[in-house]
Design a protein around this ligand. Sequence first.
Ligand SMILES: [Zn+2]
Length: 106
Amino acid sequence: MSKRKRGSVAHRDRTEFFEEGKRLDADPDTRELANCWLCRTRIDYEMPANTTSDSHNLDHYFPVSTHPELQDDPDNWRHSHASCNQSRGKGDANENGLGEPMPEWW
Ligand SMILES: [Zn+2]
């Protein structure tokens, strides 16, 4: 099963991804799963995606720049803050995407 998804289907999946995060966030038992995978704090699911820095943003575990084939693969999607994804930029997850950057005195 490696059939490519059509655009409309991919779009629906993205909406569902946001809705899934919203559902997880609403339940204290699963809230952790809906947190930003970059900074591990809560995302503002009340706001539409990508409207504020605390709002939801669909991030890719493997950046689209290096793994374009995974762009529409839900397994590669992560919940993140719009601001966190932005500051992450095109950086590599293995390098600096999982924590704070090294302090300058390190
Ligand atoms: Zn974040």
